[in-house]
Design a protein around this ligand. Structure first.
Ligand SMILES: Nc1ncnc2c1ncn2[C@@H]1O[C@H](COP(=O)(O)OP(=O)(O)OP(=O)(O)O)[C@@H](O)[C@H]1O
Ligand SMILES: [Mg+2]
Length: 157
């Protein structure tokens, strides 16, 4: 699934739409360069789950946990592990595929911890004149993620 967003609000709207479809155990990998819009997407996602305060990026803590009515939300940003390494000993896999929903920025740095079933979302700037345009690509790995993506396609179109 491929979506063009024209501004940050639209990317947040997409995050909100996805948040309405997830259930405990779901994992979302967020790819994209620095400043692509991963945290912006997560803001919308969190807002739809009833988290109204602005999200702080967990750059130093690696993970921030939020309580929602139905499950904990784990927001991870593991960018700094790219330089430091050592992700294997952190036990981050405890956040994935279990009681909560996990959304992860820079997931390639913790590949060993990925669960079997996950959604991959890639946000990229376009070469267009519009500075605020992004192309968002969504892919499913596993049946649970595939089902979510099919529902998202129905409600987004
Ligand atoms: N279509 C768009 N979608 C998302 N963000 C956009 C868009 N257009 C402009 N922006 C702006 O781009 C910036 C994206 O920053 P954001 O912190 O979300 O990036 P990030 O991918 O999380 O970066 P990092 O890897 O540093 O964590 C914000 O300032 C946002 O307002
Ligand atoms: Mg970010």
């Amino acid at each position: 699934m491929r979506i063009i967003t024209e501004n940050a609000e639209e990317t947040q709207k997409l995050g909100m739409a996805l948040a309405k479809l997830v259930t405990p155990g779901d994992t979302i990998l967020l790819n994209g360069d620095l400043g692509a819009g991963k945290t912006t997407f997560t803001q919308g996602f969190a807002r739809a789950l009833g988290i109204n305060r602005p999200l702080k990026s967990p750059t130093f803590t690696l993970v921030r946990e939020y309580q929602t009515t139905n499950f904990p939300l784990y927001h991870l940003d593991v960018y700094r592990l790219g330089e430091e390494g050592g992700a294997d000993e952190l036990g981050l896999e405890e956040y994935f595929g279990r009681d909560g929903v996990a959304i992860i920025e820079w997931p390639e740095f913790i590949k060993a911890a990925w669960p079997n079933d996950f959604l991959t979302i890639t946000i990229a700037r376009t070469s267009n004149h519009n500075e605020a345009e992004r192309v968002v690509t969504l892919d499913a790995t596993g049946q649970q993620s595939q089902a979510i993506l099919e529902k998202l396609e129905t409600i987004w179109n």
